[in-house]
Design a protein around this ligand. Structure first.
Ligand SMILES: C[S@@+](CC[C@H](N)C(=O)[O-])C[C@H]1O[C@@H](n2cnc3c(N)ncnc32)[C@H](O)[C@@H]1O
Length: 279
């Protein structure tokens, strides 16, 4: 029998979290417009959704409780996308707690930088048509986790597809067939050299009506400037903040092309494309 231990008390999780994140107390459930003192209570609730099996088996996994399901995620140690990051938990919790406002049933959803697939799995369990994407080397583990946790449990079986930011977007995701209601992204901004390409990808996948839910972990000043770049193209609304994790959850929609700043952004995009020949 597997004894479930909160991931808080499990040594495996320590590398995932800031030390402050482990001091919370369970409490209130709502997310929007919270005062900062609620932060630790909600963070504790979010993190309490994880558990690790105490029984040692040949295959290792970590467990998560969302949408009434036990989700088992296999992680790897060789790359960033191979562990579940706290931002993913924040996004899963948000999706589960806000189903009335943001109903996922039959919606077209794409996740970029899906990593181990937890967010895509939760969106699928909530009834969405999901496309989970990441770099080619991540897709095997991503597909494994998604199949294992969604088969016979979801209205629509999720798809797994390669999407390397900024690469062959017109070929693999032609604008004419992109019809996403939601774009999900957890912890996609950090010290990697593809921030421009990431922005191009958000822009490419987004129609006027698409809603982006993006969870950002604030680390270094250089990466944090990405938020300003992002605001040139998108109207950004901070939905929730978790100071103890240095995480913010944003909702964004494409700016009206006629609004201030957009032509500037177009110029930036043209420059980025011509300098890197990305598309
Ligand atoms: C910090 S991990 C977050 C993973 C997952 N969203 C989570 O929160 O657990 C960043 C993810 O972005 C992906 N990624 C990094 N650079 C990428 C690129 N150029 N194109 C596509 N995905 C990329 C990584 O493979 C990884 O899955």
């Amino acid at each position: 029998m597997i004894k479930k231990t909160s991931i808080y008390s499990h040594p495996l999780v320590h590398h995932l979290m800031d030390p402050e994140a482990q001091k919370g107390i369970p409490g209130v459930l709502y997310l929007e417009n919270r005062e900062n003192d609620d932060d630790k209570k909600v963070v504790a609730e979010i993190m309490a959704r994880c558990f690790a099996p105490t029984l040692i088996t040949t295959t290792s996994w970590e467990g998560f409780h969302f949408v009434g399901h036990e989700i088992r995620i296999t992680e790897a140690v060789d790359c960033y996308g191979a562990v579940v990051w706290p931002s993913a938990l924040v996004l899963c919790y948000f999706l589960e707690m806000n189903v009335k406002q943001y109903n996922m049933v039959d919606k077209n959803v794409i996740e970029i930088g899906a990593g181990t697939g937890l967010v895509s799995i939760v969106a699928s369990l909530l009834g969405a048509h999901v496309t989970a994407t990441d770099l080619p080397e991540l897709l095997g583990n991503l597909q494994y986790n998604i199949s294992r946790n969604t088969k016979m449990k979801c209205k629509h079986l999720p798809q797994v597809k390669e999407l390397s930011w900024g690469v062959a977007l017109d070929k693999n995701f032609p604008r004419s067939s992109n019809n996403f209601d939601y774009i999900l992204a957890a912890d996609v901004v950090y010290a990697h050299p593809f921030l421009e390409e990431l922005l191009i990808t958000f822009d490419h996948l987004c129609k006027e009506t698409t809603i982006i839910f993006w969870v950002m972990k604030f680390r270094l000043e250089k990466e944090n400037k990405f938020v300003d770049r992002f605001k040139e193209l998108f109207d950004l609304e901070e939905i929730s903040s978790f100071p103890s994790l240095n995480i913010k959850l944003y909702k964004a929609m494409k700016k009206n092309p006629r609004s201030a700043g957009y032509p500037q952004s177009r110029a930036w995009k043209a420059k980025a494309i011509s300098s890197r020949l990305l598309l």
